[in-house]
Design a protein around this ligand. Structure first.
Ligand code: NAP
Length: 278
């Protein structure tokens, strides 16, 4: 599998990173969460996705602990709530995130989903943050094809670095109209819930495939996404053992026959569907 994905700027980022949703919610789990993220960094999974939403800022604090002393190794992503996404609001929200994360800049800052704020205002806030050196790139999440077209109409809207979307073997709707639109501009998809929040791993179709080919279900699910060259994948786990297992997806290489088999088991969309989100 390819180890990295190219952003529209030409910069390469790790294709396999780490998610953090539900981290920072319970102090009893903090040690495991920090250990898992550190184990991921040791394995080269140095792209970390978090958000002001997760654990009400708690996940960003967990990330701060995990990356302390290692900031330069990390491609750090956070997200702003849509109700904080006015031009001024985005700046204040980012400053709060930076303070919780114990860093002076984000590598990528995403609009978590589209709310009532005109996209042009959010982009203007992102541009202010870029000029101030507080973020390097900006992007979006949960934007459907019409939203993306609207974004591209906004001044500077074409500088979007990624769209973070729900995408896994059993949820392939974005392939119909969103992914092709992004591909036209060389914008990678960042696949969230790549394991279907763990539920996909219980699917007998996937379990059977994984067993036939000597990999785990998680590795098969992640490898299918990583096989696509322009998809960044951010599974979440608070187990260092599972981090190593998930990292193993980078060692998988599929034959055309295996790809065809997965397409048969998990068919691509045959028409447009409303954007799926969690
Ligand atoms: P996910 O990564 O698909 O699945 C996470 C679940 O799978 C956890 O319950 C985890 O349990 C389990 N798991 C992980 N590796 C495993 C393995 N090898 N074997 C068995 N179980 C395993 O779901 P997600 O966390 O919802 O999505 C990933 C990341 O995407 C999030 O953490 C977040 O950063 C981002 N996200 C973004 C949005 C958005 O709106 N932009 C929405 C959802 C998620 P343990 O932790 O107990 O191992």
């Amino acid at each position: 599998m390819q180890q990295s994905v190219i952003l529209p700027s030409g910069e390469q980022v790790p294709a396999l990173g780490q998610g953090t949703w539900h981290m920072g919610e319970r102090s009893s789990e903090r040690t495991d969460e920090v250990a898992a993220l550190k184990a991921g960094l040791d394995e080269g999974l140095s792209l970390i996705d978090t958000a002001e939403m997760y654990g009400d800022g708690g996940a960003e604090r967990v990330v701060a602990q995990a990356i302390a002393g290692r900031r330069a190794e990390v491609f750090l992503i956070s997200k702003v709530f849509p109700w904080n996404a006015s031009q001024a609001g985005v700046i204040s929200a980012c400053e709060r995130s930076l303070s919780r994360l114990g860093t002076d800049h984000l590598d990528l800052y995403l609009l978590h989903w589209r709310g009532g704020e005109p996209l042009a205002n959010t982009v203007a806030g992102f541009q202010d943050l870029q000029r101030a050196g507080k973020i390097r790139y900006w992007g979006v999440s949960n934007l459907d094809a019409d939203d993306i077209r609207a974004l591209w109409q906004a001044p500077g809207g074409q500088d979007c670095a990624t769209n973070q979307l729900l995408y896994h073997l059993n949820e392939r709707g974005i392939e119909w109209n969103i992914q092709p639109l992004l591909r036209e501009r060389g914008i990678p998809v960042m696949a969230y819930c790549p394991l279907g929040q763990g539920n996909l791993l219980q699917d007998p179709r996937l379990a059977g495939f994984a067993e036939r080919y000597g990999m785990t279900a998680a590795q098969a699910a992640l490898a299918w996404l990583l096989d696509q060259k322009d998809v960044i994948v951010i599974p979440k786990t608070r187990s260092p053992r599972r981090v190593a297992e998930n990292r193993g997806a980078l060692e998988v290489s599929f034959t055309d026959q295996q790809r065809a088999e997965l397409n048969e088991l998990f068919p691509p969309p045959q028409g447009p569907r409303p954007l799926a989100i969690v």
